[in-house]
Design a protein around this ligand. Structure first.
Ligand code: 13P
Ligand code: SF4
Length: 365
Protein backbone atom coordinates (compact mmCIF):
# COMPACT_ATOMS: atom_id res chain seq x y z
CA UNK A 1 0.00 0.00 0.00
CA UNK A 2 1.37 3.48 -0.84
CA UNK A 3 2.03 6.19 1.81
CA UNK A 4 -1.03 8.05 0.57
CA UNK A 5 -3.21 4.99 1.24
CA UNK A 6 -1.73 4.43 4.72
CA UNK A 7 -2.60 7.99 5.76
CA UNK A 8 -6.31 7.50 5.09
CA UNK A 9 -8.45 7.64 8.20
CA UNK A 10 -11.91 6.41 9.09
CA UNK A 11 -13.31 9.69 10.40
CA UNK A 12 -16.96 10.32 11.38
CA UNK A 13 -17.28 12.27 8.12
CA UNK A 14 -16.05 9.28 6.06
CA UNK A 15 -18.38 6.96 8.02
CA UNK A 16 -21.38 9.21 7.29
CA UNK A 17 -20.54 9.66 3.60
CA UNK A 18 -20.05 5.93 2.98
CA UNK A 19 -22.94 4.62 5.10
CA UNK A 20 -25.25 3.90 2.14
CA UNK A 21 -22.44 2.05 0.32
CA UNK A 22 -21.74 -0.07 3.39
CA UNK A 23 -25.38 -1.11 3.43
CA UNK A 24 -25.09 -2.33 -0.20
CA UNK A 25 -22.09 -4.58 0.48
CA UNK A 26 -22.78 -5.57 4.09
CA UNK A 27 -23.01 -9.28 3.23
CA UNK A 28 -19.55 -9.26 1.61
CA UNK A 29 -17.48 -6.84 3.72
CA UNK A 30 -17.60 -7.66 7.46
CA UNK A 31 -18.22 -4.60 9.74
CA UNK A 32 -14.75 -5.04 11.24
CA UNK A 33 -13.17 -4.43 7.81
CA UNK A 34 -15.26 -1.39 6.90
CA UNK A 35 -13.02 1.16 8.71
CA UNK A 36 -10.16 0.02 6.44
CA UNK A 37 -12.17 -0.13 3.22
CA UNK A 38 -14.35 2.97 3.62
CA UNK A 39 -11.51 5.57 3.58
CA UNK A 40 -10.24 4.07 0.30
CA UNK A 41 -13.72 4.19 -1.24
CA UNK A 42 -14.23 7.75 -0.04
CA UNK A 43 -10.81 8.90 -1.35
CA UNK A 44 -11.41 7.28 -4.77
CA UNK A 45 -14.84 8.86 -5.12
CA UNK A 46 -13.47 12.32 -4.16
CA UNK A 47 -10.49 12.00 -6.51
CA UNK A 48 -12.75 10.97 -9.41
CA UNK A 49 -14.68 14.21 -9.02
CA UNK A 50 -11.53 16.33 -8.66
CA UNK A 51 -9.89 14.83 -11.76
CA UNK A 52 -13.00 14.35 -13.90
CA UNK A 53 -12.50 10.59 -14.06
CA UNK A 54 -14.91 7.69 -14.46
CA UNK A 55 -14.42 4.09 -13.43
CA UNK A 56 -15.70 1.49 -15.91
CA UNK A 57 -15.91 -1.83 -14.08
CA UNK A 58 -16.44 -5.31 -15.48
CA UNK A 59 -19.03 -7.64 -13.91
CA UNK A 60 -16.17 -9.78 -12.50
CA UNK A 61 -14.85 -7.04 -10.23
CA UNK A 62 -15.22 -7.57 -6.47
CA UNK A 63 -18.30 -6.07 -4.73
CA UNK A 64 -16.31 -3.21 -3.10
CA UNK A 65 -15.29 -1.99 -6.59
CA UNK A 66 -18.51 -2.97 -8.39
CA UNK A 67 -20.93 -1.46 -5.88
CA UNK A 68 -18.90 1.32 -4.21
CA UNK A 69 -16.62 3.11 -6.72
CA UNK A 70 -17.71 2.10 -10.25
CA UNK A 71 -19.57 4.69 -12.34
CA UNK A 72 -20.60 2.13 -14.91
CA UNK A 73 -20.66 -1.68 -14.69
CA UNK A 74 -21.25 -4.16 -17.49
CA UNK A 75 -20.04 -6.85 -19.86
CA UNK A 76 -17.32 -6.25 -22.46
CA UNK A 77 -19.76 -4.92 -25.05
CA UNK A 78 -21.47 -2.51 -22.67
CA UNK A 79 -18.12 -1.22 -21.36
CA UNK A 80 -16.84 -0.63 -24.91
CA UNK A 81 -19.99 1.32 -25.81
CA UNK A 82 -19.80 3.33 -22.59
CA UNK A 83 -16.12 4.18 -23.20
CA UNK A 84 -17.13 5.79 -26.48
CA UNK A 85 -19.86 7.85 -24.81
CA UNK A 86 -18.25 9.23 -21.67
CA UNK A 87 -17.46 12.96 -21.38
CA UNK A 88 -14.93 12.44 -18.58
CA UNK A 89 -11.25 13.30 -19.17
CA UNK A 90 -9.97 10.08 -17.62
CA UNK A 91 -11.20 6.49 -17.82
CA UNK A 92 -9.98 4.09 -15.13
CA UNK A 93 -10.60 0.54 -16.31
CA UNK A 94 -11.48 -1.81 -13.47
CA UNK A 95 -11.15 -4.88 -15.65
CA UNK A 96 -8.38 -6.40 -17.73
CA UNK A 97 -5.91 -4.90 -20.18
CA UNK A 98 -7.80 -5.75 -23.39
CA UNK A 99 -10.81 -3.89 -21.98
CA UNK A 100 -8.65 -0.83 -21.25
CA UNK A 101 -7.26 -1.00 -24.80
CA UNK A 102 -10.80 -1.20 -26.15
CA UNK A 103 -11.72 1.91 -24.12
CA UNK A 104 -8.71 3.71 -25.60
CA UNK A 105 -9.80 2.68 -29.10
CA UNK A 106 -13.29 4.02 -28.47
CA UNK A 107 -11.97 7.25 -26.89
CA UNK A 108 -8.47 7.80 -28.32
CA UNK A 109 -8.25 11.39 -27.01
CA UNK A 110 -8.90 10.45 -23.40
CA UNK A 111 -6.43 9.24 -20.80
CA UNK A 112 -7.13 5.57 -20.09
CA UNK A 113 -5.59 4.00 -16.98
CA UNK A 114 -5.32 0.36 -15.95
CA UNK A 115 -4.50 0.09 -12.22
CA UNK A 116 -2.52 -3.18 -12.48
CA UNK A 117 -0.02 -4.48 -15.00
CA UNK A 118 -1.00 -8.02 -13.97
CA UNK A 119 -4.46 -7.67 -15.52
CA UNK A 120 -3.93 -9.84 -18.60
CA UNK A 121 -6.16 -12.56 -20.10
CA UNK A 122 -5.31 -16.09 -21.28
CA UNK A 123 -7.36 -15.57 -24.45
CA UNK A 124 -5.69 -12.28 -25.32
CA UNK A 125 -2.22 -13.78 -24.82
CA UNK A 126 -3.01 -16.85 -26.94
CA UNK A 127 -2.74 -15.04 -30.29
CA UNK A 128 -0.73 -12.27 -31.96
CA UNK A 129 -1.27 -10.03 -34.96
CA UNK A 130 1.27 -12.19 -36.85
CA UNK A 131 -0.85 -15.32 -36.15
CA UNK A 132 -3.85 -13.55 -37.69
CA UNK A 133 -1.84 -12.58 -40.78
CA UNK A 134 -0.85 -16.25 -41.19
CA UNK A 135 -4.37 -17.59 -40.78
CA UNK A 136 -5.62 -15.05 -43.36
CA UNK A 137 -3.03 -16.38 -45.80
CA UNK A 138 -4.28 -19.93 -45.23
CA UNK A 139 -7.93 -18.91 -45.74
CA UNK A 140 -7.83 -16.00 -48.22
CA UNK A 141 -11.03 -13.98 -48.44
CA UNK A 142 -12.64 -15.57 -45.35
CA UNK A 143 -13.80 -12.80 -42.99
CA UNK A 144 -12.05 -12.60 -39.61
CA UNK A 145 -14.31 -12.07 -36.60
CA UNK A 146 -12.28 -11.42 -33.47
CA UNK A 147 -13.46 -11.68 -29.88
CA UNK A 148 -12.74 -8.45 -27.98
CA UNK A 149 -10.60 -10.52 -25.58
CA UNK A 150 -7.58 -9.80 -27.80
CA UNK A 151 -4.84 -7.17 -28.14
CA UNK A 152 -5.28 -4.09 -30.32
CA UNK A 153 -2.75 -5.64 -32.76
CA UNK A 154 -5.04 -8.62 -33.30
CA UNK A 155 -8.11 -6.41 -33.66
CA UNK A 156 -6.23 -4.35 -36.25
CA UNK A 157 -5.81 -7.48 -38.42
CA UNK A 158 -9.50 -8.37 -38.18
CA UNK A 159 -12.61 -7.40 -40.13
CA UNK A 160 -14.85 -6.99 -37.11
CA UNK A 161 -14.95 -7.70 -33.37
CA UNK A 162 -17.57 -9.55 -31.35
CA UNK A 163 -18.27 -10.24 -27.71
CA UNK A 164 -20.07 -13.08 -25.99
CA UNK A 165 -23.21 -10.92 -26.19
CA UNK A 166 -23.35 -10.69 -29.98
CA UNK A 167 -21.02 -13.36 -31.45
CA UNK A 168 -23.66 -15.39 -33.33
CA UNK A 169 -25.22 -12.32 -34.89
CA UNK A 170 -21.87 -10.83 -35.90
CA UNK A 171 -20.83 -14.13 -37.54
CA UNK A 172 -24.11 -14.25 -39.50
CA UNK A 173 -23.85 -10.56 -40.42
CA UNK A 174 -20.68 -11.36 -42.41
CA UNK A 175 -23.05 -12.76 -45.06
CA UNK A 176 -20.81 -15.65 -46.22
CA UNK A 177 -20.77 -19.39 -45.63
CA UNK A 178 -17.44 -19.39 -43.70
CA UNK A 179 -15.84 -17.21 -41.01
CA UNK A 180 -12.65 -17.31 -39.00
CA UNK A 181 -13.66 -16.74 -35.34
CA UNK A 182 -10.70 -16.05 -33.01
CA UNK A 183 -9.29 -16.90 -30.47
CA UNK A 184 -11.61 -18.82 -28.08
CA UNK A 185 -12.20 -22.33 -29.43
CA UNK A 186 -15.07 -22.99 -27.01
CA UNK A 187 -16.87 -19.78 -27.93
CA UNK A 188 -16.30 -20.68 -31.60
CA UNK A 189 -17.77 -24.17 -31.09
CA UNK A 190 -20.73 -22.75 -29.16
CA UNK A 191 -21.38 -20.23 -31.95
CA UNK A 192 -21.02 -22.91 -34.64
CA UNK A 193 -23.73 -24.93 -32.87
CA UNK A 194 -26.22 -22.13 -33.52
CA UNK A 195 -25.51 -21.21 -37.10
CA UNK A 196 -25.11 -22.76 -40.54
CA UNK A 197 -21.98 -20.67 -41.13
CA UNK A 198 -18.84 -22.85 -41.11
CA UNK A 199 -16.50 -21.69 -38.34
CA UNK A 200 -12.69 -21.87 -38.36
CA UNK A 201 -11.38 -21.40 -34.82
CA UNK A 202 -8.13 -20.75 -32.94
CA UNK A 203 -6.84 -22.96 -30.11
CA UNK A 204 -7.24 -20.33 -27.34
CA UNK A 205 -9.13 -21.01 -24.10
CA UNK A 206 -10.17 -19.01 -21.06
CA UNK A 207 -8.17 -20.34 -18.13
CA UNK A 208 -11.16 -19.74 -15.84
CA UNK A 209 -14.04 -21.21 -17.85
CA UNK A 210 -12.16 -24.20 -19.29
CA UNK A 211 -11.94 -25.65 -15.76
CA UNK A 212 -15.69 -26.25 -15.37
CA UNK A 213 -16.89 -29.75 -16.27
CA UNK A 214 -20.31 -31.14 -17.20
CA UNK A 215 -19.92 -33.79 -14.48
CA UNK A 216 -19.51 -31.08 -11.86
CA UNK A 217 -22.73 -29.37 -13.05
CA UNK A 218 -24.64 -32.66 -13.00
CA UNK A 219 -23.52 -33.28 -9.41
CA UNK A 220 -24.85 -29.87 -8.34
CA UNK A 221 -28.16 -30.55 -10.09
CA UNK A 222 -28.52 -33.90 -8.31
CA UNK A 223 -27.84 -32.39 -4.89
CA UNK A 224 -29.88 -29.17 -5.34
CA UNK A 225 -33.54 -29.59 -6.34
CA UNK A 226 -34.91 -26.90 -8.65
CA UNK A 227 -31.45 -25.56 -9.51
CA UNK A 228 -31.26 -23.20 -12.52
CA UNK A 229 -27.86 -23.32 -14.25
CA UNK A 230 -26.48 -20.34 -16.15
CA UNK A 231 -23.19 -20.61 -18.03
CA UNK A 232 -20.85 -18.32 -19.92
CA UNK A 233 -20.18 -19.31 -23.57
CA UNK A 234 -16.42 -19.47 -22.86
CA UNK A 235 -17.27 -22.81 -21.16
CA UNK A 236 -17.02 -26.03 -23.17
CA UNK A 237 -20.00 -27.17 -25.31
CA UNK A 238 -20.42 -30.08 -22.83
CA UNK A 239 -20.94 -27.62 -19.99
CA UNK A 240 -23.36 -25.51 -22.05
CA UNK A 241 -25.35 -28.65 -22.82
CA UNK A 242 -26.00 -28.96 -19.07
CA UNK A 243 -27.08 -25.31 -18.70
CA UNK A 244 -30.60 -23.86 -18.74
CA UNK A 245 -29.30 -20.61 -20.19
CA UNK A 246 -25.97 -19.34 -21.51
CA UNK A 247 -24.96 -15.83 -22.46
CA UNK A 248 -22.68 -12.90 -21.70
CA UNK A 249 -22.01 -11.88 -18.10
CA UNK A 250 -24.65 -9.14 -18.33
CA UNK A 251 -27.26 -11.42 -19.89
CA UNK A 252 -26.72 -13.88 -17.02
CA UNK A 253 -27.27 -11.03 -14.55
CA UNK A 254 -30.36 -9.94 -16.52
CA UNK A 255 -31.71 -13.51 -16.33
CA UNK A 256 -31.38 -13.64 -12.52
CA UNK A 257 -32.82 -10.15 -11.98
CA UNK A 258 -35.69 -10.77 -14.40
CA UNK A 259 -36.68 -14.38 -13.65
CA UNK A 260 -35.71 -14.58 -9.96
CA UNK A 261 -35.02 -18.33 -9.84
CA UNK A 262 -35.16 -19.67 -6.27
CA UNK A 263 -31.73 -21.32 -6.65
CA UNK A 264 -29.15 -20.48 -9.26
CA UNK A 265 -25.68 -21.58 -10.20
CA UNK A 266 -23.62 -19.16 -12.31
CA UNK A 267 -20.95 -21.15 -14.12
CA UNK A 268 -18.44 -18.33 -14.38
CA UNK A 269 -16.04 -16.13 -12.39
CA UNK A 270 -16.62 -15.95 -8.61
CA UNK A 271 -17.51 -12.27 -8.18
CA UNK A 272 -20.52 -12.48 -10.48
CA UNK A 273 -22.65 -14.27 -7.89
CA UNK A 274 -21.54 -11.87 -5.13
CA UNK A 275 -22.40 -8.81 -7.21
CA UNK A 276 -25.86 -10.05 -8.23
CA UNK A 277 -26.62 -11.50 -4.79
CA UNK A 278 -26.22 -8.02 -3.27
CA UNK A 279 -29.20 -6.92 -5.40
CA UNK A 280 -31.31 -10.10 -5.31
CA UNK A 281 -31.55 -11.22 -1.68
CA UNK A 282 -34.48 -13.54 -2.54
CA UNK A 283 -32.27 -15.73 -4.79
CA UNK A 284 -30.04 -18.45 -3.35
CA UNK A 285 -26.68 -18.73 -5.11
CA UNK A 286 -24.89 -22.08 -5.27
CA UNK A 287 -21.27 -21.09 -5.72
CA UNK A 288 -18.86 -23.39 -7.49
CA UNK A 289 -16.86 -20.69 -9.20
CA UNK A 290 -13.39 -20.21 -10.57
CA UNK A 291 -11.38 -17.08 -9.88
CA UNK A 292 -9.83 -14.95 -12.64
CA UNK A 293 -6.44 -13.90 -11.21
CA UNK A 294 -6.19 -11.10 -13.76
CA UNK A 295 -9.50 -9.53 -12.79
CA UNK A 296 -8.57 -9.97 -9.13
CA UNK A 297 -5.32 -8.01 -9.57
CA UNK A 298 -7.45 -4.84 -9.56
CA UNK A 299 -8.02 -3.60 -6.00
CA UNK A 300 -9.29 -0.46 -4.26
CA UNK A 301 -5.67 0.32 -3.34
CA UNK A 302 -4.33 0.23 -6.86
CA UNK A 303 -7.37 2.10 -8.23
CA UNK A 304 -6.59 4.91 -5.78
CA UNK A 305 -2.89 4.86 -6.65
CA UNK A 306 -3.79 4.81 -10.32
CA UNK A 307 -5.79 8.04 -9.93
CA UNK A 308 -3.20 9.67 -7.68
CA UNK A 309 -0.22 8.85 -9.86
CA UNK A 310 -1.96 8.63 -13.25
CA UNK A 311 -0.75 5.09 -13.88
CA UNK A 312 -0.65 2.86 -15.86
CA UNK A 313 -1.54 4.80 -18.96
CA UNK A 314 -2.69 2.71 -21.93
CA UNK A 315 -1.12 3.73 -25.24
CA UNK A 316 -1.59 2.22 -28.71
CA UNK A 317 0.47 3.16 -31.80
CA UNK A 318 -1.50 5.48 -34.15
CA UNK A 319 -1.50 3.07 -37.11
CA UNK A 320 -2.86 0.25 -34.91
CA UNK A 321 -5.52 2.55 -33.40
CA UNK A 322 -7.07 3.30 -36.80
CA UNK A 323 -7.43 -0.32 -37.92
CA UNK A 324 -8.34 -1.78 -34.51
CA UNK A 325 -10.90 0.95 -33.83
CA UNK A 326 -12.58 0.18 -37.15
CA UNK A 327 -13.10 -3.45 -36.07
CA UNK A 328 -14.61 -2.46 -32.71
CA UNK A 329 -16.72 0.33 -34.20
CA UNK A 330 -18.15 -2.00 -36.87
CA UNK A 331 -19.33 -4.30 -34.11
CA UNK A 332 -20.87 -1.43 -32.14
CA UNK A 333 -22.56 -0.03 -35.28
CA UNK A 334 -24.07 -3.42 -36.01
CA UNK A 335 -25.98 -3.12 -32.72
CA UNK A 336 -26.40 -6.91 -32.68
CA UNK A 337 -28.31 -8.34 -29.73
CA UNK A 338 -27.48 -11.59 -27.99
CA UNK A 339 -28.94 -15.06 -28.16
CA UNK A 340 -29.23 -17.90 -25.69
CA UNK A 341 -26.33 -20.26 -26.39
CA UNK A 342 -27.71 -23.21 -24.45
CA UNK A 343 -29.89 -24.64 -27.25
CA UNK A 344 -27.18 -25.41 -29.80
CA UNK A 345 -26.43 -28.77 -31.37
CA UNK A 346 -22.84 -29.93 -31.63
CA UNK A 347 -21.05 -28.70 -34.75
CA UNK A 348 -17.71 -29.61 -36.25
CA UNK A 349 -15.15 -26.82 -36.15
CA UNK A 350 -11.62 -26.64 -37.59
CA UNK A 351 -9.24 -25.49 -34.84
CA UNK A 352 -5.99 -23.88 -35.97
CA UNK A 353 -2.90 -23.11 -33.88
CA UNK A 354 0.64 -21.91 -34.53
CA UNK A 355 1.89 -25.40 -35.44
CA UNK A 356 -0.99 -26.16 -37.83
CA UNK A 357 -0.41 -22.93 -39.74
CA UNK A 358 3.15 -24.07 -40.49
CA UNK A 359 5.32 -22.27 -43.02
CA UNK A 360 3.09 -20.17 -45.24
CA UNK A 361 4.22 -19.11 -48.71
CA UNK A 362 5.85 -15.69 -48.75
CA UNK A 363 6.12 -15.40 -44.96
CA UNK A 364 9.62 -15.50 -43.52
CA UNK A 365 10.75 -16.37 -39.99
P1 13P B 1 -18.41 -10.73 -21.12
O1 13P B 1 -18.24 -9.94 -22.38
O2 13P B 1 -19.55 -11.70 -21.19
O3 13P B 1 -18.53 -9.80 -19.95
O4 13P B 1 -17.14 -11.64 -20.91
C1 13P B 1 -15.85 -11.13 -20.76
C2 13P B 1 -14.94 -12.09 -20.17
O5 13P B 1 -13.74 -11.86 -20.09
C3 13P B 1 -15.48 -13.35 -19.67
O6 13P B 1 -14.47 -14.15 -19.19
FE1 SF4 C 1 -9.73 -13.60 -19.75
FE2 SF4 C 1 -11.00 -15.70 -18.78
FE3 SF4 C 1 -10.20 -13.78 -17.12
FE4 SF4 C 1 -12.26 -13.36 -18.84
S1 SF4 C 1 -12.18 -14.78 -17.13
S2 SF4 C 1 -10.54 -11.98 -18.44
S3 SF4 C 1 -11.56 -14.56 -20.62
S4 SF4 C 1 -8.86 -15.11 -18.34
Amino acid sequence: MSDACEMLEYTPDVARKTADLQERVKDFIPPVEWPVVAPLIHAINELKKAKDAVILAHNYQTPDIYHCVADFVGDSLQLAIQAGKTDADIIVQAGVHFMAETSKLMSPDKTVLIPSLEAGCSLASSITGEDVRLIKQKYPGVPVVTYVNTSADVKAESDICCTSANAVNVVEAMGGDRVILLPDQYLAKNVAALTDVEVIAWAGLCEVHERFTSEEIRRYRESTPGLVVLAHPECSPDVLAEADYAGSTSSMIGYVKGKRPARVLMVTECSMSDNVAAETPDVEFIRPCNMCPHMKSITLQNILESLQEMRYEVTIPDDVVVAARRSVQRMVDLGAEGRDFADGVEALVTVEDRASLGPVAGVSG
